[in-house]
Design a protein around this ligand. Structure first.
Ligand code: NAP
Length: 249
């Protein structure tokens, strides 16, 4: 029988959440803080970093980061040398949708670089500290599109599917060191990323969702708190689908 330790507490953890200005990342940062973590959220602009710090209530809680740049990630890791994350959420992401025949080389490169190569950069940057701490949690934001595909999103689907393979491979490498690596694959979540969808299209998507509604950032943040918490210490290399039942691969 276990003692009465709070299985979902993140007290004593330092969490780095990329793309924490808005949407899913902002909610994950907020819920991590509510669970007791010391949270660092990133924005692409200095103004965004200040907003994050205001929201999370700590001058040092907001940092500027471009996940698509090696130099930017290296600079952040240098800045965090005395405050190495024990939890990393690779959340920052973009879409540049188009049918493949019309997709520009930059639309391919930017999406793969921002959504997939970023995980390589940030995991490498954070792993040393986690190995030293002998514990760590890495959570990669994939997508239902990475599992099921979507017309007009070959770049995004490739990056998000790549994240799933990356998650499994890294999970195997570090499982014996107290570090778990998992992915969350959200379905249709109402954020700026999906704000451009017409109401007709949204209605059509929602009819495909057994839960009968679009998801919210809080739906995804709940899954992230679980995977980051002591409750999930024996969960690694998995993908948690948060999609109201729209895909159950
Ligand atoms: P969002 O509302 O569009 O927010 C994107 C976040 O990523 C912002 O904080 C943005 O920062 C940051 N970002 C963009 N490019 C960046 C870069 N180069 N470097 C650092 N940060 C960057 O997106 P969301 O809907 O919350 O999505 C969050 C994650 O969930 C993404 O990985 C997305 O692919 C995934 N996802 C979303 C859905 C959905 O339906 N919404 C479904 C499945 C998966 P700024 O504000 O500074 O630009």
């Amino acid at each position: 029988m276990s003692d009465d330790t709070n299985l979902f507490s993140l007290s004593g953890e330092i969490a780095l959440v990329t793309g924490a200005t808005r949407g899913i990342g902002a909610e994950i940062a907020q819920q991590f803080r509510a669970a007791g973590a010391d949270v660092i959220g990133t924005a692409t602009t200095a103004a965004g970093a200040v907003e994050i710090a205001d929201r999370l209530g700590g001058d040092d809680a907001g940092k500027v980061l471009d996940v698509a740049s090696d130099e930017s990630v290296q600079a952040l890791m240098k800045d965090l040398a005395e405050r190495l994350p024990t939890i990393l959420v690779n959340n920052a992401g973009i879409v540049r949708d188009n049918l493949l025949l019309r997709m520009k080389p930059d639309d391919w490169q930017d999406v793969v670089n921002t959504n997939l190569n970023s995980a390589y950069r940030l995991c490498k940057g954070c792993l040393r500290g986690m190995l030293r701490a002998r514990r760590g949690r890495i959570i990669n934001l994939s997508s239902v599109v990475g599992a099921a595909g979507a017309a007009g999103q070959a770049n995004y689907a490739a990056a998000k599917a790549g994240l799933l393979g990356f998650t499994r491979a890294l999970a195997l490498e570090v499982a014996g060191r107290g570090i778990t690596v998992n992915a969350i694959a959200p379905g249709y979540i109402e954020t700026d990323m999906t704000a451009g969808v017409t109401s007709e299209r949204k209605d059509a998507i929602v009819t495909q969702i057994p839960a009968g509604r679009a998801g919210s950032p809080l739906d995804v943040a709940g899954a992230a708190v679980f995977l980051a918490s002591p409750a999930a210490s024996y969960v690694t290399g998995t993908v948690l689908h948060v999609n109201g039942g729209m895909w159950m691969g």
